[in-house]
Design a protein around this ligand. Structure first.
Ligand code: PLP
Length: 407
């Protein structure tokens, strides 16, 4: 059974118009499923960048850490600080690049662990730490900052080219104030059915490690796998697996559905604000992109593109009302959208509809939207705005307030 973990007054305010439900039971289930695939010595890093793919980073981080994840991954320094301010002490890897003295200061002060992608960046870190005399103030007993070295094995994004990995690691090893906590790379095509490029990247990663060993550097932690790679082959797991999407209950690709049982964590819901009959020939919403072909019953719902419902889904999406899929009609507007609810003649104002999620036998997922929009589920999840309160349901901890309320 689901139980509301917020006081009734707060709860009713949060669920007044439109909101996102975050199912912490589903999240815990997903983390357990992922953990089950890993060897006991392989650590799980949950990637909580972009506010945990739109789910609310703090509540997600707390739950995954309880369920056995031991690392968190973020993209930016403020994302890391948000977790630290919430009292989270787990190691946090900054997946994005940083390279100014000011950033080094913040990273050291908040005990974040940066990704180092170039020799130049390594020098900036080492020199800034020395000159800022941050060493005594912020760093741990060993007087070093843990850093993670990024090798480009074919993603062609951050990192030194894999052929230069050994030289790069050797250089960083000799710099004061830096401790190499891991060496890692990122895969470009792990969700593809064709494994050619994945195998090539894996091979290059192995070759780089072999080069290191040949010059007497025993590699620290290694990691390579994202969600898809974690499902594809245990040989890609190494010491840490970095999962985002699967944690949130979505499959990186249809052919990976059999590999694991996942439950979507996010549901998007909104209330009906008005119900009214319209006559045949009535145009609905801006531009009259829908004209009733016969007498119909329509409902107005209090959610729109300013909440993150893509306007390009106008006239193209279904919404679940009383467990039944009904068509959205007319242009989606900034704060509201309309439904054809002729199939539910006694629908009442105030009733809750499901835009993403499960209602009765039917489920609408981020994949359904992504397919219509020619994009990927990752983008759908991150596109919901902070105007939508994130409300936790399930076995849980404390309410998540929407960002704007806290600031
Ligand atoms: C975002 C990201 C991940 C997580 O990717 P998913 O496909 O969502 O699991 C892992 N590693 C890096 C470097 C990333 O940027």
């Amino acid at each position: 059974m689901l139980s509301w973990d917020v006081t009734p007054s707060v709860s009713s305010m949060q669920r007044e118009r439109a909101w996102i439900e975050i199912d912490l039971e589903a999240l815990a289930h997903n983390v357990r499923q992922i953990k089950q695939m890993l060897l006991p010595q392989t650590a799980l890093m949950t990637v909580v960048k972009a506010d945990a793919y739109g789910h609310g980073a703090v509540a997600i981080a707390r739950t995954v850490l309880q369920q056995g994840a031991s690392w968190l991954g973020v993209a930016t320094i403020p994302e890391g600080i948000e977790l630290r301010e919430a009292g989270i002490s787990a190691p946090i890897l900054l997946l994005g690049a940083t390279n100014t003295a000011e950033q080094v200061r913040a990273i050291a002060q908040w005990q974040l662990q940066p990704t180092i992608c170039t020799p130049k960046q390594a020098l900036i870190f080492s020199e800034s730490l020395a000159s800022e005399s941050l060493v005594s103030k912020s760093l741990d007993d060993t007087e070093t900052l843990s850093v993670h070295l990024k090798i480009d094995t074919g993603m062609s994004r951050l990192g030194v080219p894999w052929q230069e990995a050994a030289e790069f690691v050797q250089l960083v090893e000799r710099l004061p104030y830096l401790h190499i906590a891991s060496i890692y790379s990122h895969l470009a095509t792990a969700d593809s059915e064709d494994l050619t490029i994945l195998r090539l990247q894996h091979h290059r990663f192995e070759a780089a490690i072999a080069q290191l060993k040949a010059i007497g550097i025993s590699p620290p932690r290694l990691h390579l796998a994202n969600s898809a790679a974690a499902l594809v082959n245990p040989n890609l797991h190494y010491d840490i697996v970095r999962t985002g999407l699967t944690t949130y209950g979505l499959y990186p690709a249809p052919h990976l559905r059999e590999a694991i049982d996942l439950r979507p964590v996010m549901q998007v819901k909104a209330r009906v604000t008005q119900v009214k009959p319209i006559q045949a020939g009535t145009g609905v919403s801006y531009g009259y992109r829908y004209i009733a072909d016969q007498d119909r019953l329509m409902a107005v719902v209090g959610i729109g593109y300013a909440d993150g419902v893509p306007r390009n889904l106008s006239n193209q999406m279904m919404v679940l009302v009383r467990g039944q899929p009904v068509p959205q009609i007319g242009a989606i507007t900034m704060d509201q959208l309309m439904l054809d609810v002729s199939a539910i003649p006694d629908l009442q104002e105030g009733e809750v509809v499901t835009l993403l999620g499960q209602d009765g036998k039917h489920q609408i997922t981020a994949d359904d939207w992504a397919e219509k929009l020619n994009t990927i589920s990752w983008e759908i999840l991150c596109s919901f705005k902070h105007r939508l309160p994130r409300v936790t349901v399930g076995r849980s901890l404390r309410p998540i307030f929407q960002k704007d309320q806290r600031e």
